[in-house]
Write a new protein. Structure first.
Ligand code: ATP
Ligand code: MG
Length: 593
């Protein structure tokens, strides 16, 4: 793999032979196999008809020469009409052939895209963190198309062109072995030039693809982060980076253009040279005018297939590279999957236990150190601690976004490794630190696009419950008001309330709340506080709170520092201990007053 390709490599990428790829792709092709077989048969037929043209014209020309000595005009007419009919039929078959291939190809792309997307959906957060979004976009959107191109265009075209070249060569040798021999010389030269040309552009194409993917990643990140860029007046710097990449892409494209600009005229020149040679040697070899016409036509049938063959070899390379990347991605095994014996659980009581849990995102860089705690069903437990103490990490282990290296986590006494991930995640309602809203309507975001499953009244009832209805009712469209990408048209407090509604609607038995650190106005804070108190009755609740006022009435408060549990107890107990919690409390109290 070229060094420049590195940026487009995901951690699982590996090399595969063209053969391996074909065999794997055959699985996608199987359902469409009859379309392909039929298309190939039609193709052989159309190549044969094409081959006939020069021979018919030869006959025609020779007949015309003889016309003076009295050839039947009627015979000529039959010959002409018959041939014309054949061409019409052939064009119709070409139409059917290309429709068959395209239809089959589009079905393959469709299935491939679905598979790749589904596969990416099944990956763990840790795996996704290692994959730049731009690369994934390029793979799902473009590489799938490149790959199906292999079967709908490239291989068919290679087959057709080789067939054509062979056919032409055979007819040439039948007409005049000597002249055919000379033409083979031209064929060899054109092929060698085309081969090296294709190797050259292949390299540029590959670079271009890698750069394009990098560019997509860059665009994705810059556009998502535009607000920050503007906030810090970094537009010029971003613009400069953009400009560099844009310019590079333009230069690469120009290299391709330049290569073609040299290649095409060279081939044309050779074509005319071959044509000149034909006339010259026809004269020398005493060929009939019919033979000359036939050779003239055969030549044009000769050069373009060779050119196209070189082109196809390029595409073959591109399809190969694309397939390699796609299959590599499909081969990355999701690292958090159900064990074969995992059980589905409909409803949990909501008892949670961490037993000596150690966890590191990377290597032995322990983020959680020997964390143990127990939460009884329906209890509310709060986690407090400085930023980076590991609070969010603890919550993400419960839903198996990540897996601890040591220790175990139990829900209702069952190790979560033995619970099907789906039923686990269904039971746990997560209200995360950064609420992610999708573009769509408010209702879409609360029902997570399962809008039809709930009536507006049901959704509104939940909004009422979590105190979100007041601000929703103030919007012109109510529940149908639009949410723009990432929910930027709502305040962080409002977003938090929407995530509460989302959670309550899904009837979880365990609720997880990672309180937003962002400043929330006192009014919204009160709404959130009140809503939280209500939600306590739904099930077991784990709360990460930054405002200690939020959690004073929790059944238990766990104080973390550097990934270790330092203290635990009720608000009053912890205040009496005069330890870490006491200090945190004093600090916040001082700030507030
Ligand atoms: N995906 C990740 N990959 C590597 N390290 C991570 C990742 N997420 C968090 N960390 C690290 O783990 C530590 C704990 O992070 P965590 O998000 O659990 O803290 P927190 O207690 O929730 O902090 P905050 O109060 O700021 O939300 C931090 O040092 C952080 O740098
Ligand atoms: Mg956090």
């Amino acid at each position: 793999m070229a060094q420049d390709d590195v940026k487009d490599r995901l951690f699982g990428d590996k090399k595969m032979s063209l053969w391996t790829i074909m065999v794997r792709t055959f699985a996608y092709l199987k359902k469409e196999i009859w379309s392909f077989v039929l298309a190939l048969v039609l193709l052989v037929f159309s190549v044969a008809v094409n081959m006939l043209t020069p021979l018919v014209l030869k006959q025609f020309t020779n007949d015309l020469n003889l016309a003076e000595s009295g050839v039947d005009f009627h015979d000529l007419l039959i010959l002409g009409l018959g041939y014309f009919g054949l061409i019409v039929i052939n064009q119709f078959l070409v139409y059917i052939q290309s429709m068959l291939l395209q239809k089959a190809g589009q079905k393959i792309i469709y299935r491939l895209r679905n598979d790749v997307f589904e596969h990416v959906e099944g990956m763990s957060i840790a795996q996704l963190n290692m994959m730049p979004v731009g690369s994934l976009v390029t793979r799902v959107a473009f590489y799938t198309a490149n790959m199906s191109d292999l079967f709908t265009n490239t291989l068919v075209s290679i087959f057709r062109n080789i067939l054509t070249i062979a056919g032409v060569a055979v007819i040439m040798f039948i007409l005049s072995p000597a002249l055919a021999g000379i033409m083979m010389g031209f064929l060899a030269v054109v092929f060698v030039i085309s081969f090296f040309f294709s190797r050259h552009v292949k390299r540029i194409f590959r670079l271009e693809r890698a750069k394009q993917s990098e560019f997509n990643s860059f665009l994705n990140e810059s556009l998502s982060g535009m607000k920050i860029v503007q906030l810090y007046v970094q537009e010029n710097r971003k613009k400069k980076q953009f400009d560099e990449q844009n310019l590079y892409l333009r230069k690469l494209r120009m290299k391709v253009v330049a290569a073609f600009a040299v290649y095409r005229p060279t081939i044309s020149f050779l074509y005319y040279l071959a044509l000149g040679a034909t006339f010259f040697f026809a004269f020398r070899l005493n060929l009939s005018s019919g033979d000359v016409v036939a050779f003239y036509m055969l030549l044009s049938n000769f050069f373009s297939p060779i050119e196209r063959l070189a082109d196809s070899l390029n595409n073959l390379q591109r399809a190969h590279a694309a397939s390699e990347k796609l299959y590599s991605l499909l081969d990355v095994k999701p690292d958090v999957v159900d064990s074969p014996s995992a059980i589905a659980i409909d409803s949990f009581r909501g008892e949670i236990e961490f037993r000596n849990v150690w966890f590191a995102y990377e290597n032995e860089d322990w983020i959680l150190k020997d964390v143990s705690f127990h939460v009884a069903p329906k209890q509310t437990v709060a986690f407090v601690g400085a930023t980076g103490a590991g609070k969010t990490t603890i919550l993400s282990l419960i839903v198996r976004n990540f897996v601890p290296q040591k220790g175990d986590i139990f829900i209702d006494g069952i190790n979560i490794k033995d619970i099907q991930i789906k039923s686990l995640r269904k039971a746990v309602g997560q209200m995360l630190q950064d609420v992610f809203l999708f573009s769509g309507s408010i209702k879409d975001n609360i029902t997570l696009y399962d809008s039809d499953a709930y009536t507006d009244e049901e959704v509104m009832k939940v909004c009422d419950y979590v105190n979100a209805s007041s601000f929703i009712n103030n919007l012109d469209g109510g529940l149908n008001s639009p949410v723009i990408e990432k929910g930027e048209n709502f305040s962080s407090g409002q977003r938090q309330l929407l995530s509460f509604a989302r959670t309550v609607l899904s009837h979880p038995q365990i609720l997880i709340l990672d309180e937003a650190t962002a400043n929330i106005d006192t009014e919204t804070e009160k709404l959130i506080q009140d809503s939280l108190n209500k939600m306590k009755s739904i099930g077991t609740m784990l709360v990460v709170a930054h405002r200690l006022s939020t959690i004073q009435h929790s059944d238990n408060i766990i104080v973390l520092q550097g990934g270790r549990v330092m203290e635990s107890g009720t608000h009053q107990e912890l205040l009496h201990q005069k330890g870490l919690y006491f200090k945190l409390y004093q600090l916040q109290f001082e700030q507030a007053s």
